[in-house]
Design a protein around this ligand. Structure first.
Ligand code: NAD
Length: 257
């Protein structure tokens, strides 16, 4: 697949962003990644924006988007993958500086980058944006700021889809379930998360692989989804479908298992 212009992937040096940038480059797209801690993606054609790019810093986002377009051409695809996980706490112990950090990066940062790139896309009447939300934004959990921020990402995805629908810009979200990135593996290794508790509520009894989220994002960026805008697509190995079955005694095993 070829398309004019570049795809910008924020938070593209690691995890879901890195998997997405790598896949899009393999599909023939010209991809630029930014990150607050930029690292090249070895063995790929992905272009690294070498300066640290903090999605929560308004002036840096505005000037960074302009500089990237000057250097590499118009942004016709945007993947907002930069994000931080929520800290797990009892409600009495939620620190408001931590709340502000999660909301600033995960929600405000997504809006800032989407606005900076999307206004230009709308002027050019062409573009597609995919925001990385989370199943956490569709459910509840002891990660109070993160769930609220991700619910906000799902909401602004709809608003921006309506904002730019007549200007030829599509805006969608994906909501990964627990995805086997280095960040998640670190959470399991530290004991903060338990692999079995993450896997067993899902219909498919497993974690999601980063490439599986990348494939959904690539579809939403591509002309294959030309009639789709404003949606939130869970990529969750059936987490949302399966999680309520605990109330009925649990999910059935495969025949003969
Ligand atoms: N891994 C999961 O289980 C999972 C599940 C649902 C949603 N998500 C979401 O997917 C996105 C990517 O997560 P991941 O698992 O790949 O994590 P990750 O930590 O592997 O990757 C996130 C990247 O974002 C970058 N980043 C962090 N703060 C930034 C900032 N202020 N500005 C720019 N870049 C910044 C990090 O340096 C990192 O490279 C996040 O929005 C996360 O909330 C992840």
């Amino acid at each position: 697949m070829t398309a004019e212009g570049i795809v910008l992937v924020t938070g593209g040096s690691r995890g879901i962003g890195a998997a997405t940038a790598t896949l899009l480059a393999e599909q023939g797209r010209r991809v630029v990644v930014t990150d607050i801690a930029p690292e090249p993606l070895a063995g790929t054609q992905v272009i690294l924006w070498p300066a640290p790019f903090d999605v929560a810093n308004e002036s840096a986002v505005v000037s960074g988007i302009a500089d990237i377009e000057t250097a590499h051409g118009p942004i016709t695809g945007l993947v907002n993958a930069a994000g931080v996980f929520g800290k797990m706490h009892r409600i009495e112990r939620v620190r408001m500086d931590q709340w502000d950090r999660e909301v600033n990066i995960d929600l405000r940062g997504t809006f800032l980058v989407a606005r900076s790139a999307g206004v230009k896309m709308a002027e050019r009447r062409h573009g597609a944006i995919v925001n990385v939300a989370s199943v956490a934004g569709m459910t509840s959990g002891p990660i109070h700021a993160y769930t609220a921020a991700k619910a906000g990402v799902i909401q602004i995805t709809q608003t921006l889809a309506a904002e730019w629908g007549r200007s030829g810009v599509r805006v969608n979200a994906v909501s990964p379930g627990f995805t086997r990135t280095v960040a998640l593996e670190a959470g399991i290794a530290s004991g903060a998360l338990n692999r079995k508790w993450l896997e067993s509520p899902t219909a498919m009894n497993r974690l999601v692989e980063p490439i599986e989220v990348a494939q959904a994002i690539a579809w939403l960026l591509s002309p294959m989804s030309s009639g789709v805008t404003g949606i939130n697509l869970p990529v969750d190995a059936g987490y949302i479908a399966g999680t309520t079955w605990a109330a009925y005694g649990g999910l059935p095993d495969a025949p003969g298992a």
